[in-house]
Design a protein around this ligand. Sequence first.
Ligand code: PRP
Length: 189
Amino acid sequence: MNHENQISDAIERVLLDEDAIAARVSRLAAEISEAYAGVEYGQDGLVLVGVLKGAFVFLADLARQLAVPHHVDFIALSSYNRSTSSGEVRLIMDSRINVADRHVLIVEDIVDTGHTLDYLQRTFQARNPASLRSCVFLSKPARREVPVSIDYLGFEIPDVWVVGYGLDFADRYRTLPFIGALKEKIYKS
Ligand code: PRP
């Protein structure tokens, strides 16, 4: 099967197409630019911290539309055991920029149970930033186990397995340009 057929065989339906995503990301970038207006590069500047791997697409689109100067950094995390939803988060690669006294904006692709964002918020708060906010592309409120605050949200979605725009299933489908719901036969096989 060629790549195109593999994709249409795996995707049940498109939840958010490229135009819907682009329009929402532009609005978020405008909102964030307004909120951080006046912030400059440097020791008290704005640092976007993208959470690998999922956030790389969203962060790239968002950052390129920001009208304020900012630094970009990444952190890589993984859940210890997703199937038991233990909530334990493992740090694979820490961010490099010292965020003390800087404005930190955590950029996530999705908040599901909330354990990852909760871990990030506790971790970065302990590093004494000037401010700490979060920008999340998708949220599945039906799955929440820990309450977390999201300052800038793209979309709320139902509890379906979504892929594309950075989100994966077994590291596949991450670079689809849209958000698609995965067919049950794929994640149950
Ligand atoms: C996903 C996503 C979030 C986290 C959200 O990451 O990117 O970081 O899960 O889930 P939670 O709210 O239940 O904690 P994943 O562990 O799949 O890694 P990936 O981004 O490398 O695909």
